[in-house]
Design a binder for this molecule. Structure first.
Ligand code: HEC
Length: 217
């Protein structure tokens, strides 16, 4: 009989302690079973959240604007573009098709081309080769499936699609979205186009006053 009383009491206490405290708002922090000083974890971290003041920065803001020349790693939740210029940042037109040509915001000049050549040499030539024929140094080490840029498919591929390949990678090719800023990706594409043209160009493409340099008349 005594056991039955104890069991009933136990069940009543258990029921109240689980259900009885629902919807209560507590003003004091809960008791820590495993105190932070004894078991340091990640529950309490020195961090700044949005809208919080920071004595560290001169303007007192804790949410910092992105530093100049940094590469955005994402475009907001679940691929929602937080940037308005799809052409520049995704290589797409508003109807979702691949854009052709270069974003109007960019100036295609010799400086841009030089930048593209430099980035291409660092990031692409190890696989694609200095002239883009797929004969880079990695071929020696077993990277076999690198395509040449000098076939009709890649000559006719929209610039926007190449932009997407650089950003997200394809097959065995890694993504370069975290290594090349969007503008640099476009500069690389301009250089890829120059490499392609270099293989198919004719005398007619050379301005007249430069033909003598090539030994042409
Ligand atoms: C690690 C080696 C490697 C590097 C570095 C590399 N690629 Fe590639 N790339 C590949 C391979 C492999 C493929 C074939 C992918 C496939 O079709 O599966 C490819 C395919 C491509 C294609 C054709 C995509 C298509 O749709 O057929 C383009 C364009 C391209 N790369 C451009 C670049 C540019 C620009 C860079 C430098 C930013 C670069 N790649 C760096 C290995 C590489």
């Amino acid at each position: 009989m005594r056991n039955a009383y104890i069991a009933t009491l136990f069940i009543v206490v258990l029921t109240f302690s689980i259900l009885g405290l629902r919807n209560r708002t507590f003003t004091k922090p809960p008791m820590d079973v495993f105190p932070e000083w004894l078991f340091p974890g990640m529950k309490y971290q020195p961090k700044l959240t949005q809208q919080q003041q920071s004595p560290f920065f001169a303007d007192g803001r804790s949410d910092r604007p992105a530093p100049p020349n940094t590469v955005p790693a994402s475009f907001g939740p679940a691929g929602q573009g937080v940037r308005s210029d799809d052409f520049l940042y995704r290589g797409k037109l508003h109807d979702g098709s691949w854009a052709r040509g270069f974003p109007p915001a960019l100036t295609l000049d010799m400086k841009f081309m030089e930048r593209g050549r430099e980035r291409f040499t660092i990031y692409c030539s190890p696989c694609h080769g200095a002239v883009g024929d797929g004969g880079g140094i990695t071929k020696k080490y077993g990277m076999g499936a690198v395509p040449t840029y000098h076939d009709d498919r890649l000559r006719q591929m929209a610039e926007g699609e190449i932009f997407n390949t650089i950003t997200n990678g394809k097959g065995q090719m890694n993504p370069y979205g975290d290594k090349l800023a969007p503008r640099d990706r476009w500069a690389v594409i301009a250089y890829v186009r120059a490499l392609q043209l270099a293989q198919t160009g004719t005398v007619a493409d050379v301005p007249e006053d430069h033909r003598a340099e090539l030994g042409l008349k």
